[in-house]
Design a protein around this ligand. Structure first.
Ligand SMILES: [Zn+2]
Length: 325
């Protein structure tokens, strides 16, 4: 009987669970809500979903363990620490707290549980099954609602002494810049994420003479998809928004290269769907911010995995190789 792994991708809205083979085929999956206030209730829901998935795939193989990718997850102690967007991870005072997710899920299911940050899980997914196969040194940037990152060096994820290394979304790209949810100002995430692009649109619209079709939308509700749609229609303000985003992101990528000298930077997440409007500016800004030794040398790769699958695959791969990526 073959061995199977369960991969769980925990997000603020929903948690996606899948049963995965060693070759990276997702045999079946299930989605549960993350919008639950009580940790105990969330845990029961997740454990029951895992048990259902184990039952559904019992004739295909034996589940050997669970891997989880989640925001603010710490691989070293199995906790989720101070995640602002997970309702059930709040303390009695309503503020983000510390929950022992790995231990508790292990108790509830009897399966061994490993946990890592969601961007690290995505990096593992790309290296095991996606565009970064065989690449030992790369940086994964997830451009979603926020900006996450996973740094692979010598074939291993960089964790740092406390398990939290690689928070490149919170590198300062603008002194005294935009306020970030993390408490700092000018973080990359406030510019190069879906949220950041929408903020740029609101700023640019205030200065615009009124020709842009984006003026027809409620500025508070504007999304990165609206801006993409406008750019596709040739709207010059929408295109300027992506140019601005690409330049900031590219310059930051140049700084990241100087730190770990990667072979490639892998980009993943919703914002990459708009890459035709920012790719060239991003690559130019990166190379303009690199010394001669790296100019033109860094590959830019876009994830080839289906977005919902990459995190499940990456999380599940921890079951096969717990310490390596
Ligand atoms: Zn920040």
């Amino acid at each position: 009987m073959q061995k199977l792994a369960i991969g769980i991708d925990i997000g603020g809205q929903s948690s996606k669970c899948g049963v995965v083979t060693h070759e990276g085929t997702i045999l079946c999956q299930s989605v549960v809500t993350s919008l639950i206030d009580s940790f105990d209730e969330y845990l029961t829901l997740l454990a029951n979903t895992v048990k259902d998935l184990v039952r559904q795939t019992a004739d295909r193989g034996t589940v050997a363990g669970i891997g989880i990718g989640a925001p603010n997850a710490n691989r070293l102690d199995g906790t989720i620490r101070y995640a602002p967007n997970l309702k059930w991870a709040r303390g009695a005072d309503g503020k983000p707290g510390v929950v022992y997710l790995a231990d508790r899920l292990q108790e509830a299911t009897g399966l061994h549980v490993r946990i890592t940050n969601d961007a690290n899980a995505a990096a593992r997914g790309e290296r095991t099954y996606g565009v970064a196969k065989g690449i030992d040194d790369f940086i994964m940037l997830t451009l979603g609602t926020g900006v996450g990152s996973g740094i692979i060096s010598h074939g291993r994820l960089v964790y740092g002494h406390d398990g939290f290394a690689g928070e490149l979304g919170h590198v300062c790209v603008e002194q005294d810049g935009r306020q970030c949810n993390c408490g700092l100002k000018g973080c990359l995430e406030t510019y190069a994420s879906a949220m950041g692009v929408a903020r740029t649109a609101r700023e640019f619209l205030k200065k615009d003479s009124g020709k842009s079709i984006l003026h027809n939308l409620d500025p508070e509700k504007i999304s990165s998809k609206d801006i993409y749609d406008a750019a596709v229609q040739g709207d010059s303000l929408a295109k300027e928004i992506f140019t601005y985003t690409g330049r900031i992101l590219g310059r930051a990528m140049g700084d990241f290269v100087k730190f770990s000298s990667p072979q490639a930077i892998v980009l993943f997440g919703g914002l990459t769907k708009s890459r035709e409007f920012f790719h060239d500016d991003m690559v130019k800004a990166m190379n303009d911010n690199l010394m001669q030794i790296w100019k033109g040398q860094i590959q830019i790769l876009y994830s080839s995995l289906k977005e919902s699958d990459a995190a499940i695959l990456g999380a599940s791969s921890m079951v096969w190789s717990p310490d390596e990526v």
